[in-house]
Design a protein around this ligand. Structure first.
Ligand code: MRU
Ligand code: ZN
Length: 258
């Protein structure tokens, strides 16, 4: 994004390219089922001299059908629209702005992916922000953490006033020492950031895959999963090389070690 401050992203070739990139990522995430209805929003911050500007998806549109003209230029760190009368920016622009203000992020993605949303519902500390500790998961290495063995993922209440969520996000990020690049909103979804849309998307995939394991019964932290967890009972495969393991009356398989 260079040249005069864009009123619409199509005002400059670079802004149009950024708008197309946002539309492409949005369509792919929509097609995964992570942006049902008109949910979800994406933004990308300008480079260099254009760092004060971010392009964000317009509010209330089907996120699988966006074009570059459906992106709105806002002030990156306040979320204030740069052109009155332009399409309305995402209702959650202030959350993106809080992240741009407190981190080095150049892209932010918010989706309602099912597993992250389920985990956000289950681990919410009702009425106040909390954190969900994550340990052990190999995919923590995909989050760019200083210490990939552990992350404390914040979980925020889904206040009806988005500005209140944004204030709590800003407060958390201000006080956190190298926080993970993602946050959960109870009963709502997940927001993830990175140095590019591709990096934010990769991190989002890692968060969602970890959340899927948690919804399958893997404890988020604190040692290995209990052997008795029904969702984690190992499948048995028939074959001549190994006799079937004896089974106790409660149906649990006794492992044989040879
Ligand atoms: C389909 S309602 C979902 C919205 O309330 C919101 O959570 C959301 O993700 C999309 O808001 P938007 O203003 O379109 O960016
Ligand atoms: Zn949302």
């Amino acid at each position: 994004m260079s040249g005069p401050q864009p009123n619409r992203p199509s005002d400059t070739a670079l802004a149009a390219a950024a708008g197309r990139e946002l539309a492409t990522f949005s369509r792919v995430l929509y097609e995964r089922g992570w942006m049902p209805g008109t949910s979800g929003n994406l933004s990308r911050r300008g480079d260099g001299a254009r760092r004060d500007v971010a392009l964000i998806t317009a509010s209330g549109l089907a996120k699988g059908e966006l074009t570059a003209d459906d992106m709105v230029a806002v002030h990156a760190e306040t979320g204030v629209g740069l052109r009155p009368g332009a399409p309305r920016p995402s209702a959650e622009t202030v959350i993106h702005a809080a992240i741009y203000q407190a981190t080095d992020a150049a892209a932010v993605i918010h989706v309602h992916s099912p597993h992250a949303t389920a985990v956000a519902c289950r681990y919410a500390d009702r009425g106040r922000p909390g954190t969900l500790p994550l340990e052990r998961f190999e995919l923590l290495k995909g989050l760019g953490l200083a210490d990939p063995s552990r992350a404390e993922v914040p979980v925020f209440p889904n206040w009806p006033q988005v500005a209140r969520i944004a204030d709590e996000v800003a407060e958390f990020l201000k006080g956190a020492d190298r926080p993970p690049p993602g946050l959960l909103i109870a009963d709502h979804g997940i927001t993830v950031w990175g140095a590019s849309l591709a990096q934010a998307r990769d991190r989002l995939e890692c968060f969602e895959a970890i959340a899927q394991l948690i919804t399958l019964g893997v404890p988020p932290a604190g040692g290995p999963a209990p052997r008795s967890s029904p969702a984690l009972t190992a499948p048995t495969f028939p074959g001549p090389a190994r006799a079937a393991a004896p089974t106790s009356r409660n149906g649990h398989r006794h492992d044989q070690h040879d």
